[in-house]
Design a protein around this ligand. Sequence first.
Ligand code: C5P
Length: 236
Amino acid sequence: MKTSPIIALDFDSAEKTFEFLKSFEGNLNVKVGMELYYKEGPPIVAILKEAGYDVFLDLKLHDIPNTVMSAMAVLAGMGVDLVNVHAAGGKRMMEAALEGLDKGTPAGLKRPSLIAVTQLTSTDERQVREEQLIQVPLQDSVLHYAQLTKESGLEGVVCSVHEAAAIADVCGNSFYKVTPGIRMADGGQHDQKRIATPDEARKSGSTHIVVGRAITGATDPRAAYERVNALWKGTD
Ligand code: C5P
């Protein structure tokens, strides 16, 4: 993926997606998540790729190793740039995901990069302690999953901006730290808990930011994107 912000295309139809993209130029980074993919299926990915977008297919696979391997082989055949799993699926599952991607990548194409979700950015300390029964602080849980992901051979993790610097210390600067939960200082938090601004993301060592509602929900999405991009690049 390019280093520009990844726009989360959280729309329920191809029609709304292309209406939204109409005001943008150039080959953006976009993220297709469950809502759009489950509605429109593989053709939406094919159309976006053909139009020149870099596509992060965010389906967060989490199943037994064999199932994840087979599913990843299918996703690799679609020519996406970035896919993901939940690190909680374990080391064997993550390795199987990589094997599936290797198997399914068509000759001459680059294998999609693979990253793992550590703890969702909508998760907070209380949930980690009371719902997941994890007895260490959230940051330690994220760091543990990041190390497991690195040992499994993946390219990086999805985490919040607040854990990016600690992950860089342990896993290195080039290990992907893809960070959702991005909000403008004057914007709403919605269902996200571990949020940060684009400039905080840059300063903390995020390698990529994922931005949804701060752009898609803005009255002028193009202007919102430019604002996010300037803060992310440090050029504002
Ligand atoms: O609208 P918002 O900026 O909160 O959108 C964030 C996007 O990133 C959503 O599509 C969500 O599914 C995704 N995401 C996330 N937290 C993760 C992984 C993905 O918010 N850990």
